[in-house]
Structure formats: structure tokens, C-alpha cells
Design a binder for this molecule. Structure first.
Ligand SMILES: Nc1ncnc2c1ncn2[C@@H]1O[C@H](COP(=O)(O)OP(=O)(O)OP(=O)(O)O)[C@@H](O)[C@H]1O
Ligand SMILES: [Mg+2]
Length: 508
């Protein structure tokens, strides 16, 4: 296949809003001409913001956006050869289909070469002729399959038809790139499915680049040439739908892109990984070390159920659901759950063996092994301030044999006195030492759950506080995304390290 030229490049693009919130963080992406590329990620991860920077409605705080190799960062939206179909599209209710689509064209002026009275050729800006507008509008309506409907009042159209008008309005300007921000989110399930197929058709017919944004993984998988998975402003993985589905780079992508089993494991030896109580043969990929803690992903369709004792592990069938072609089972292996699919009918309570082909075990580096806060401070009460919230901690760990006197100074074993007030420290808290509660006053900090991933026998949550500090938590309890929770950490579970030497803090 011939290599297509790059049409859009985002280079180290960052967006920081006034409240210092980093919404897009070092975004790098090359989009090929004619490609259908999709940004996929949960609500609030920065998808719309990225699109708005390409469209020109938002300026990057740093980095460059190139179109065909030239920087367009400073071009206003109307000078960019891109058009946007918005998440919440607004048609003009008092205009019919034709006039909605023609609206922009009627205002548009294009440079035309004319001969003036003196016989000189000059460039003049002229409106498009009615004939040209007519041709363009009818062509656009044909592409979105509304060619018989140009006289209809838009208020009498179905949601799907309205959405097609919005798309026609964008493609009538013949953009090089069409930006689509969750264009199907207002449609019902059936209509979405139909429109997905139609959008793909339109993409083929037009031959232009589609830059699509969605939080729906199925939509991304069915339509895209390549998917960019985004979380918290950062790209997690870029790849074809098959690559993203079969070789997710981390637990977040695996969980977000479809149903999967995710477990904590340890690499025991080359090609051997231990998880859920057994050692499994796995492909040895580069970059993994013996004893490294890893996440392991197994798709439910890759779990093979066999006779008890003949697999790598044994488990008990705990539940089953008939799904038409196959049954979906949850097999309990110790306290871990294994989700699997099998066409055979097994009884609940039966003990079965479990096997997985080594190539179907996907090994991933762990995203989080510990919460680390590199900008923490000790305050005048000898608490550690993480984000803007003080957490009780034990500062005597900073010097062996030390204690605190009644005034709060740290006294060394040799009697030397230290004042730790405002000392910058790195604070570390293990993932399973953070406790969540729905009693918002019970903890030291409060926040909202922004991510949850089930890892075999526990959840891994991320809680983001009001001052944008994230806590990663392993917990057996179920919370929902957006739940408000309080975060507490026991004093002895916060490990501290001074950023400067202790001598800095000696009191004479
Ligand atoms: N103008 C703004 N000022 C401050 N913060 C903003 C602004 N616009 C967006 N944000 C914040 O930036 C983050 C990312 O927003 P964005 O709209 O890009 O997310 P998204 O991925 O499109 O989410 P959704 O799926 O809900 O549409 C959010 O936390 C949002 O509140
Ligand atoms: Mg959005």
C-alpha cells in the first residue's frame, strides 16, 4: 500500500486552562490524508478540547498544530480547511433543509480574477453564484442521503435526519478534514448503528480525513482506521482497532476497550508469569524483568474450559448467562473471578480446569505501583500537605532515633533540633493504604471517582480532588464513576523523604 501523506500533525500540544488544570498533556499525533481517526476516552479526558484546538476555537498553551506541514496554530477557525460537526449541533429551525446547508455558502466570498476598466487583471472577492451553490448543496445532500428532502422543514425531521443535515452543512464547504465530536450521541441505539455504517460510507465517498471523537468503544472499533485512546489528557495508545483490542498497552485500555479479565501478576522466570495462584506460560516480551509486577489481560473468549485437573488452574462455575451463541460463565479461582465464554452447557457449581494459549496472555507494565506526591510540604503542625490538604504523618521517620518536643521541633538522637516547617518532601502511599468513605467529613481530603478498573479480585480507582491531586486506590468495595468520596490515610502509611538535606532545617 502506498504511504499516504500526513495532513495534520499535533506536536507536543498542551492545553492548560486558567485554573491551572492540564487538560491536554503533551499530545503527539500524525494523521494521514484520507484517514478515519478516532479519539476514544472517558468523559472529561480532553477529547473535545483537542478537537477545538484543531478547529481553531481554542489555542494550545504550548506545542504546534501543523496542516500539510505548516503551523496553523494562529490561523482563525474560518481560515482553516476544516469543518466541525458538534456534539450538540444546532440547525436553524426556521430554515428548510436546503437553506440550512446553503447558509454558509451564501455568505462565502471567493477570490475571482476579473479584468478592470483599464484592462488590468485584478483579484476580486465575489459571492458564489446561485448555480454553484445549488450544485454544491445538492451534492452534499446526496452524500448524506437526503437528496429528496431539500424542501423539508428541519423541525419535521427525525434525529438521524437532522444529524445528516448537520453533516451536510459541514461537508458542503469541501473541507480537507471533517471534525466530528460525538455526532451520534443524541440518537437512539438503532439509529446510532445505522448512522455508524452511513458515516463510514460517507467517509469512503468523500475521501477526506475524518477526525472523530467518542467515548463509545464499540463505535470507535467499528468505524476507525486508527484509534487514539486518551485518559486524563494523555494518549495511552494509538493503533488499529485490532491492535488496540488484541494488544492493549495497559489495564486502562484493556478495560475501556471491552470486557476482559485483568489480574495482578509477577514475572517468575522467562516465559513464566504467576497470577491467580498458578504459574502460566506466556510470551516473553522485551522490556519485562524477572520479579516485575505486571498486569495481565485475558479476553473472555480466550479462556478455555476443560476437565478438572487438566488445565493450569481449577475453578468453580459460579454463574452462567445464556447469550445465544455461547454461555457466559464466571469461574471462581480462589477469590479471583474469571469471565469466560463457552458454547457448552456446564452446571453451576461444577469444578473445571482453565487453560489459556500463551499468546493470548497479554502482559502489561503496571501504570501505578504507588501514589507518589513529589510536591508535598510539611506544615507547622508536622502534617504533610498533599495538594492543599494536610494529612497527619510521622515526621520522626526522617531521622532514625528522633522524636518531637512539645513545641513540635524534631529532636535528633544527638539532641540537635530541626524545624521542618515548609520543608518540601516526597510523600508515598501504597495503593491499598488509601481508604474511601461516603462520609465526606471523615477523611483528610475529598474528591470524585474518575476511573475504575476491576483487577481480578479488587477494584482500582482513581479519585481526583478539587485541587487536582489524584489518589490511586485498590479497594474491594464498589463505587461508581463521579461518586463523591472522602480519602483517608493512616499516619503510619505515609512514607516521607526530604527533598533537601536535613542540615537545612537545623535550629541553632
Ligand atoms: N474553557 C474551559 N475552562 C476550564 N476548564 C475547561 C474548559 N473547557 C473544558 N474544561 C475542562 O477540561 C476537561 C476536558 O474537557 P473536554 O470537554 O475536552 O472533555 P471530553 O473528553 O470532550 O469529555 P466529554 O466526553 O464529557 O465530552 C474537563 O475537566 C473540563 O471541565
Ligand atoms: Mg466532549
Amino acid at each position: 500500500m502506498e504511504e499516504k501523506a500526513t495532513i495534520i500533525s499535533l506536536k507536543n500540544v498542551c492545553k492548560v486552562f486558567e485554573n491551572d488544570q492540564v487538560v491536554v498533556d503533551d499530545f503527539n499525533l500524525d494523521v494521514k490524508e484520507g484517514e478515519f481517526i478516532t479519539i476514544l476516552g472517558p468523559s472529561g479526558c480532553g477529547k473535545t478540547t483537542t478537537l477545538r484546538m484543531i478547529a481553531g476555537f481554542e489555542l494550545p498553551s504550548s506545542g504546534e498544530i501543523l496542516l500539510n506541514g505548516s503551523d496553523i496554530s494562529l490561523l482563525p477557525p474560518y481560515k482553516r480547511p476544516v469543518n466541525t460537526v458538534f456534539q450538540h449541533y444546532a440547525l436553524f429551525p426556521h430554515l428548510d433543509v436546503y437553506d440550512n446547508v446553503a447558509f454558509g455558502l451564501k455568505l462565502k466570498k471567493v477570490p475571482v480574477e476579473v479584468t478592470d476598466k483599464k484592462g488590468n487583471k485584478v483579484i476580486k472577492m465575489k459571492r458564489l453564484s446561485a448555480k454553484v451553490i445549488d450544485e454544491k448543496v445538492l451534492h452534499a445532500l446526496q452524500i448524506v442521503d437526503l437528496d429528496e428532502m431539500e424542501d423539508r422543514d428541519v423541525a419535521t425531521l427525525s434525529g438521524g435526519q437532522q444529524q445528516r443535515v448537520a453533516i451536510a452543512r459541514a461537508i458542503v464547504n469541501e473541507p480537507k478534514v471533517l471534525l466530528l465530536d460525538e455526532p451520534l450521541s443524541a440518537l437512539d441505539h438503532k439509529m446510532r448503528k445505522d448512522m455508524q455504517v452511513e458515516l463510514k460510507e460517507m467517509h469512503k465517498k468523500l475521501g477526506i480525513t475524518f477526525f472523530y471523537v467518542t467515548h463509545d468503544q464499540e463505535e470507535a472499533l467499528t468505524m476507525s482506521d486508527r484509534i487514539v485512546v486518551m485518559r486524563r489528557g494523555e494518549i495511552q495508545q494509538v493503533g488499529t482497532p485490532e491492535e488496540i483490542y488484541n494488544e492493549p498497552i495497559n489495564a486502562f485500555v484493556a478495560d475501556f476497550i471491552g470486557e476482559s479479565n485483568i489480574y495482578n501478576g509477577t514475572i517468575e522466570a522467562p516465559e513464566r508469569v504467576r497470577f491467580i495462584g498458578s504459574v502460566w506460560k506466556c510470551p516473553m516480551e522485551e522490556g519485562f524483568e524477572i520479579n516485575e509486577k505486571v498486569d495481565i489481560v485475558i479476553r473472555p473468549e480466550d479462556v478455555i474450559l476443560i476437565e478438572e485437573g487438566k488445565g493450569i488452574a481449577n475453578g468453580v462455575i459460579e454463574s452462567k448467562i445464556f447469550k445465544g451463541v455461547h454461555y457466559e460463565y464466571i469461574v471462581k479461582v480462589g477469590k479471583n473471578e474469571v469471565l469466560c465464554r463457552d458454547t457448552r452447557n456446564h452446571e453451576i457449581g461444577k469444578v473445571v480446569g482453565i487453560r489459556v494459549e500463551p499468546e493470548n496472555l497479554q502482559l502489561m507494565h503496571k501504570d501505578f505501583t504507588i501514589n507518589q506526591y513529589a510536591d508535598a510540604l510539611i506544615n507547622n503542625n508536622n502534617e504533610v500537605v498533599i495538594g492543599e490538604d494536610p494529612f497527619p504523618c510521622d515526621v520522626t521517620q526522617l531521622l532514625k532515633g528522633s522524636k518531637l518536643d512539645e513545641e513540635g521541633y524534631l529532636i535528633g538522637p544527638d539532641g540537635k533540633k530541626y524545624d521542618l516547617k515548609n520543608a518540601p518532601v516526597v510523600a508515598e502511599v501504597p495503593l491499598d493504604k488509601v481508604t474511601l468513605s461516603d462520609d465526606l467529613n471523615s477523611g483528610q481530603s475529598q474528591g470524585k471517582i474518575i476511573s475504575s478498573v476491576w483487577i481480578g479480585d479488587h477494584w482500582q480507582y482513581i479519585v481526583r480532588t478539587d485541587d487536582e491531586e489524584d489518589f490511586v486506590i485498590n479497594s474491594p468495595y464498589t463505587w461508581s464513576i463521579r461518586d463523591l468520596v472522602s480519602v483517608s490515610i493512616a499516619k503510619e502509611d505515609i512514607a516521607l523523604r526530604l527533598k533537601k538535606g536535613l542540615e537545612e532545617y537545623v535550629v541553632e
